[in-house]
Design a protein around this ligand. Structure first.
Ligand code: NAI
Ligand code: 15L
Length: 285
């Protein structure tokens, strides 16, 4: 059992600004859409940013180390995590795919990251969860952080596993994690659903900063969403992070609403997970 008294989780408290930069911060998924956004912005928070992916990455700049790694390779992940004092874990399959693919990258891969964190004394992680852990809730519902999870596919299930896994590593070993249930983080909202789920890149970067430096993180789940007019998610239970989104999808509304409206009853407009709820099954031998 984790021997120290732990801070209560998801308890509101006064936010304070970052104080001490990290020594070495690991970023997984660095070649991906959000990895490329966060990579330069994390420089401000750490002496060295170690960036990793299975795909090709830009060469190391000043204050960076580039370490290619397959998250499914336990020994490689162990080497990757060595000497890091915090991890932003974005790497993995980011869409609905056959279970076997999701199993390797997201389920085994995230387990490998946590095992390595335990072995090497990493105290804090930011885990990219997803809105697809609650994707089967209706768009008419407003969810707080205690809402039951209703994953909308293998991908959502893998993120739900990551949330439970990180909870276990906190309860057992005191390793703190923020699970970011990211909505839709793109340069701008692409469709009607994203008017509710959009997370701007600036708000994403600020959320990650808050999670890295919150005085007490414990195990916190938070929706990664900008201050959108019609958001479905309530982050009151994560107020201790001090995250205040600045952007909103409203400036994009007029343009998005020029798109043809999906038919009544289309899952895209019924479920919070949108089209993900209809993807699969995948017939694999
Ligand atoms: P992405 O697909 O662009 O990037 C994911 C990266 O992980 C890729 O560069 C890929 O090569 C890497 N990866 C996949 N399998 C790997 C493996 N076995 N070993 C090492 N690296 C591997 O996804 P994006 O949009 O950048 O998302 C980042 C994270 O945030 C993902 O975990 C995703 O599930 C999560 N997320 C993103 C959202 C978004 O709106 N962009 C919404 C919700 C969650
Ligand atoms: C996700 O979890 C995906 O990683 C991203 O590509 C988007 O599809 C997003 O959710 C979304 O729900 O819009």
């Amino acid at each position: 059992m984790h021997p120290e008294p732990r801070p209560p989780t998801q308890e509101p408290q006064a936010p304070s600004p970052p104080t001490r930069p990290l020594r070495r911060l690991l970023l997984t998924g660095a070649a991906g859409g959000l990895g490329r956004v966060l990579r330069p912005r994390l420089q401000a928070h750490a002496g060295i940013v170690r960036v990793s992916d299975i795909a090709e990455m830009a060469p190391a700049g000043e204050g960076e180390e580039v370490m290619p790694c397959d998250l499914a390779d336990k020994a490689a992940v162990d080497r990757l995590v060595q000497d890091c004092d915090a991890i932003v874990h974005l790497g993995g399959i980011s869409v609905e795919r056959p279970f076997e693919e999701v199993l390797e990258a997201n389920i085994r891969g995230t387990f490998h990251v946590y095992e390595a964190a335990r072995r090497h004394g990493v105290r804090r992680l930011v885990f990219a969860s997803s809105n697809h852990v609650v994707g089967f809730h209706r768009q008419t519902e407003r969810l707080d952080l205690d809402a039951p999870r209703r994953p909308d596919g293998y991908y959502g299930l893998s993120k739900s596993f990551g949330e439970d896994l990180s909870r276990f590593y906190f309860d057992r070993y005191g390793i703190e994690t923020a699970c970011l249930r990211i909505g839709s983080s793109f340069p701008e909202p692409k469709d009607r659903r994203m008017l509710s789920t959009w997370l701007s890149y600036d708000d994403l970067a600020e959320l990650v900063r808050c999670c890295l430096f919150a005085p007490r993180l414990g195990h916190t789940v938070v929706y990664g969403v900008s201050a959108n007019r019609d958001s479905w998610w309530d982050n009151a239970g994560a107020a201790h992070l001090g995250f205040v989104p600045r952007d909103s999808s409203e400036p994009f509304r007029a343009r998005v609403e020029q798109q043809p409206r999906p038919a009544d009853g289309d899952p895209v407009l019924l479920y919070q997970g949108g089209a993900f709820v209809t993807q699969g099954p995948f017939e694999t031998p």
